[in-house]
Ligand binder design. Structure first.
Ligand code: NAD
Ligand code: MN
Length: 358
């Protein structure tokens, strides 16, 4: 029997609420399929931990995580801890040190949902976001303290290796999944050092992959096209910051942040990959039991796919869609009045019913 070791970092706010449901679904799957099981270990590295220890994780935190097959991450962020601290001391060190240079974010209008755009068009594309450098670079500083001459500088680093590997992934993914087009999100009209470099390298890779269409838009126009004609996109390739912004916008056109999953992927498998919903810790609804767990359950399904079980990913997605189509058990963000746990239960029960297929 294959055993997968999963590190679970529930995090803050709604993170633990939605992660509990994702683990519930994983456990239900393991009960149904005797060929493998999950061994999960919880890590309480969150803002509470920071308030007690003065850091987001122990010195050897990354060492501890390294031995796992994958990481399931809730979300972090707490009003008592500055956001840059929680982000730069926990989530970004994991992404960067574990070379999770791909942030994979599906934008898909699931069956049973209506697009916020009130249009009946199929929306099914993926955002491939560079996840290790670019605008999310630590270097910079505030200078010339003193009233009138105060200034701040934030560096942005792009490397040939970094840009090439994400562009190659976008094309490899497109080809392997029958996608026809890669759309490059850029801003090379203004950001003349970095984004022109990005475009040049992306276009070198595009030239090696002529069987897949290529197009390039400035990020501002592209944001408008996401709303005006989302059905025309297939694979959207974006830098770290642009991909972050586009994925919240992408979630908004297919039902909201409660439905947007993501994977931080280390494709060579030297380090664990990490799966988490696109959304944050949502302090405005935390503790109320009404967060939508679908984004996190779908992220766990992406984890199953990453672990080699695309069949189980598809099964979880089918269960999610059946629950959405029935419209009986939905959280308030998508028009229902069910709790987070109700939705986790409903999806688990669907799995059990479909599970005869296993
Ligand atoms: P957010 O994603 O937490 O919330 C934005 C809005 O979406 C809120 O109104 C929230 O209630 C709603 N929402 C989010 N997830 C939902 C769900 N599953 N079901 C129903 N509604 C949902 O973004 P924010 O408010 O900008 O940030 C809150 C905190 O989260 C901040 O501390 C921020 O730094 C942090 N954050 C963390 C991550 C991460 O851990 N990867 C990502 C984004 C933001
Ligand atoms: Mn984000």
């Amino acid at each position: 029997m294959r055993e997968y070791k999963i590190a679970v970092l529930p995090g803050d706010g709604i993170g633990p609420e939605v992660t509990r449901e994702a683990v519930k679904v994983l456990e239900r799957i393991a009960e149904m399929d005797s060929s493998f099981r999950f061994k999960t270990k919880n890590f309480n590295w969150n803002s509470e931990y920071y308030l007690e220890h003065g850091k987001m994780m122990p010195e050897d935190g990354l060492e501890q995580l390294k031995e796992f097959d994958a990481i399931l991450f809730g979300a972090i962020g707490d009003p008592r801890v500055p956001d840059p601290v929680s982000i730069w001391e926990l989530i970004l060190p994991i992404r960067k040190n574990f070379q999770q240079f791909i942030n994979f974010r599906p934008v898909k209008l699931l069956q049973g949902l209506e697009s916020t755009l009130k249009k009946e068009v199929p929306i099914d594309f993926v955002i491939v976001r560079e996840n290790s450098e670019g605008e999310y670079t630590e270097s910079g500083g505030a200078m010339f303290h003193g009233e009138t001459r105060e200034m701040a500088l934030q560096n942005m680093v792009m490397t040939r290796q970094g840009v090439e590997q994400i562009a190659r992934f976008a094309y490899d993914y497109a080809r392997a999944n029958g996608r026809e087009k890669v759309t490059n999100a850029t801003k090379s009209n203004v950001m003349l050092h970095t984004m022109t470099f990005w475009d040049r390298l992306v276009e070198e890779v595009a030239a090696e992959n002529k069987d897949i269409d290529y197009e390039r838009y400035y990020i501002d126009a592209l944001a408008a096209y996401f709303v005006q004609r989302p059905e025309t996109f297939d694979v959207v390739l974006a830098s770290n910051l642009f991909g972050d912004i586009l994925s919240d916008l992408g979630s908004a056109i297919v039902g909201g942040l409660g439905l947007a999953p993501s994977g931080n992927i280390n494709p060579l498998g030297e380090f664990p990959s990490m799966f988490e919903a696109v959304h944050g810790s949502a302090p405005d609804i935390a503790g109320k039991g009404i967060a939508n767990p679908i984004a996190q359950i779908w992220s766990a399904a992406l984890m199953l796919e990453h672990l080699g079980r695309k069949d189980l990913h598809d099964l979880v997605l089918q269960a999610i869609e059946e629950v959405l189509v029935e419209k009986k058990v939905l959280t308030p963000d998508i028009g229902g009045n069910a709790t987070t746990a109700d939705v986790g239960d409903a999806i688990s029960d669907k799995l059990e019913r479909i599970g005869g297929l296993l």
